[in-house]
Each structure stands twice: as C-alpha cells, then as structure tokens.
Write a protein that binds this ligand. Structure first.
Ligand SMILES: [Fe+2]
Length: 146
C-alpha cells in the first residue's frame, strides 16, 4: 500500500533527524542540532497533517481504532509544542529533546502496530480520503512508487 510506505519513510526521516540532533547535542554542536530539529519539525508537520486529516480521521470512525488514535494525536501536539519552544542552550531543553526522540520511537512503533490493521478494516472510499489528505499535506510531491 503506497500510502503506508510513504508514512513509514516519513517516520524514518523524522527519527533520523531526531537521532542526529541528539548526537549533535551530545558533542556540543548546537547549531547543527538546531538545524536538524528544524528539519525534523518540518518533516513532522506535513506528516502529521497527512495522518490526522486522512488515515487517522478515517480510522477514528471505526470503534476499535478510535481509542488508539486520540492519544497518538495528543503525542503529536506535545512534540510539536516542544519543538516550537525548546531552548537547547539549556540543559533541561537538551534533556527534553533526548526524551522526546526516545518517545518518538515508541510513538512510531505504536503507529506501525496500528497501520496493518487499517489495511483490512478500511474500504475504498476511506483509502481515497486518506490518500487525498496525504497529497494535500505534501503539495507537489509524489507517493513512493513501485
Ligand atoms: Fe506517524
């Protein structure tokens, strides 16, 4: 399923940016860390928009998924807020980023556990809506082919 492949690739890019940012913080290269966190925030903004206005929205219409979706969206907001406000000059900010990147791995493994179930649970119209939302969130980009 192309849409899921794209989401998984976006997860990978976001966690790579996050992991590199933590390593940059650890070696004291804060300019580099700030740049990487900016890239991570940009990647996640379109990723979250695609999920929340598409796949998550249609999944939330199914009783068995709804309870899982709300906490995931809450975690998106928390990380978005942190990335928008964190001061990595402060040790507390640096630690908050370490924790957030660790939490992001957990968050993504929850999503990866949920996505396969969507393959069987959703109908054609729902997939179309989920794909449309992805395209709206990624103007000018094409889905992974092949
Ligand atoms: Fe995601």
């Amino acid at each position: 399923m192309p849409l899921l492949r794209d989401y998984i690739a976006e997860h990978e890019r976001a966690t790579n940016f996050g992991g590199e940012a933590v390593r940059a913080i650890d070696r004291g290269d804060l300019d580099r860390a700030r740049h990487l966190l900016g890239e991570m925030a940009t990647e996640l903004a379109s990723h979250w928009q695609g999920e929340e206005t598409g796949l998550f929205r249609v999944m939330a219409g199914e009783e068995m998924f709804a309870q899982h979706i709300a906490p995931l969206v809450r975690e998106h907001r928390e990380l978005g807020e942190l990335l928008a406000t964190v001061d990595i000059l402060e040790p507390e900010g640096q630690q908050a980023i370490r924790d957030a990147v660790f939490d992001l791995y957990e968050h993504i493994s929850k999503e990866d556990g949920l996505f396969p179930a969507s393959l069987t649970a959703l109908g054609g119209d729902e997939w179309d809506a989920a794909m449309d939302a992805w395209h709206e969130a990624h103007p000018g980009r094409r889905m992974i082919q092949g």
